[in-house]
Ligand binder design. Sequence first.
Ligand code: SAH
Length: 224
Amino acid sequence: MGGEGDNPMAPEGESAQLARLILTLRSQGVTDPKVLSAIETTPREVFTPDLFKERAWEDSALPIACGQTISQPFIVGLMTQALKLEPRARVLEIGAGSGYQTTILSKLARLVYTVERYRTLLREAEGRFQALGLTNVITKFGDGGKGWPEQAPFDRIMVTAAAPSEPKALLSQLKPNGVLVAPIGKGPVQSLRRYTGDGRGGFAVETLAEVRFVPLLDGVAKEL
Ligand code: SAH
């Protein structure tokens, strides 16, 4: 009796917010139980700045340091599901940002390699991986547009910044039957594309949704 749910004036409890978020994602097509469970068990408030912690369970993108954003949970779910992860997969992520997407990937794959061009963001993300006890995330400060040649080929690649055109360097670091998911486009709205290797060096390309990502920029950031 007297729980938060009974009082329309009381702020919604965290578990109620989380339940609502999962329902929203499911109704919008994120139905893979493993993906939903990874989202459910990843505390998004750990990845959001103090100012926005109360909004951590909203289905919206939020600002993080260095003028970047933590992606909207629905988009994280959609992209993770589209990647068709297998537990043995080695995954490359471009754009660690807050480390939220990295953490979700780390729960569904064997190893996650992530690249970020801002030292500050990477350092903060590394602190979160450590605090959460993740042992299968490997980080690198660098220009992710070039991929991670020393660790290639990868089973899966996820790009969380908008590539201006087909990311050829990254596709060349994918295994023959691998899958790459990336927002592609130069404008404020991009196409979320999935490239699936045909085993002979070619790719099947699908457009999955319209998305809004910060751009994939050349080189590393000069600022911290
Ligand atoms: N996956 C992140 C989303 C971060 S936004 C999260 O869940 O929080 C996109 C990130 O891509 C930003 O942090 C941006 O700095 C980074 N980025 C953009 N261009 C890059 C590049 N060439 N190499 C590496 N990271 C890049």
